[in-house]
Write a protein that binds this ligand. Structure first.
Ligand code: SAM
Length: 280
């Protein structure tokens, strides 16, 4: 999988060289390239921001370097509309296609795969495990790290005419920049790639994993010793009865979800609930 990251702080991405993701990069499973947005500026100060139209505090990231960066990484296929949409014969404007999360995962352009552009922003739709799974199946993702008050909105709008664009939020809080958000997403996606985790089966038992855990939080986990500071591991886990252990884990997952995230329970599809689930 190919990942391009555009940022004004390339040094933020040093952690991608360590642990599982570092291993995945060295094994060639993950090809990550980090680009400095300022490479696409042309003034002495390498300016990437300007004051907001309409007034107000803070600065906004200028569209020009972003447009040039995206053109350089994912060149526009000749013949498709550019940022300035020309008038169509007859005076009307042609309607460019809008490519977003509903667009096919692995769209092929005339000259090869088309990347998906992911823009982290608190005003996007929530990033979920289902997105991580979907993105892990794509050949090429580009991440755009915003700073200041965010990126001029025309950048996403123009990019949507030639590649799928998702604006995604990590949660209901505001970070100083998109770098940490991108690190989080790359880790969530990267660990799902074939060969990255030592035991690929472990992802199926994770909280939110598609299938039986789709809207559930994982219950408590334990390891040796069997008693620690007078606290024993639940007997059932030492019983060797796999069916009973699976039932206990499922009950604990349901209880923990009810306690910490009750709204998730209402999303559980009736067909994934059995009569024992309903009793918990
Ligand atoms: N003015 C923006 C707003 O209120 O929606 C916040 C901008 S924030 C200070 C700067 C950048 O941090 C954003 O452009 C985005 O890249 C990133 N960011 C902040 N919070 C985020 C979140 N919850 N999820 C994803 N990205 C976030």
């Amino acid at each position: 999988m190919k990942l391009d990251v555009i940022t004004i702080f390339p040094e933020y991405f040093a952690p991608l060289d360590i642990s599982l993701l570092g291993k995945a990069r060295r094994a060639g499973v993950l090809d990550v390239r980090v680009h400095d947005l300022r490479e696409w500026t042309h003034d002495r100060h390498r300016t990437v921001d300007d004051t907001p139209y309409g007034g107000g505090p803070g600065m906004v990231m200028k569209p020009d370097p972003w447009g040039e960066a995206l053109d350089a990484l994912a060149p526009r296929v000749p013949g498709t509309p550019s940022g300035t949409i020309p008038s169509a014969p007859g005076g009307g404007l042609p309607t460019p296609p809008v490519l977003d999360e509903t667009s096919p995962a692995t769209s092929e352009g005339a000259s090869g795969p088309v990347p998906r552009l992911i823009i982290p922003t608190p005003s996007g739709r929530p990033f979920t495990q289902a997105d991580a799974v979907r993105y892990a199946a794509e050949p090429w993702l580009i991440f755009a790290c915003g700073r200041y008050e965010g990126i001029d909105s025309r950048v996403a709008e123009e990019a949507r005419t030639r590649m799928p664009v998702d604006e995604v939020s990590l949660g209901d809080f505001v970070l100083a920049g998109g770098e940490v958000a991108v690190l989080v997403m790359v880790e969530a996606i990267g660990r799902l790639l074939p060969g990255v985790l030592g035991n690929a089966d472990s992802v199926a038992d994770d909280s939110f994993a598609p299938g039986a855990m789709e809207s559930l939080l994982e219950g408590p986990v334990y390891t040796k010793p069997p008693v620690w500071r007078e606290r024993p591991v639940p007997d059932i886990l030492l019983s060797g009865h796999h069916g009973a252990i699976a039932r206990w884990r499922r009950d604990e997952a349901l209880r923990r979800t009810a306690r910490h995230r009750p709204e998730l329970l209402s999303r559980l599809a009736p067909e994934v609930l059995d009569k024992h689930d309903r009793a918990v």
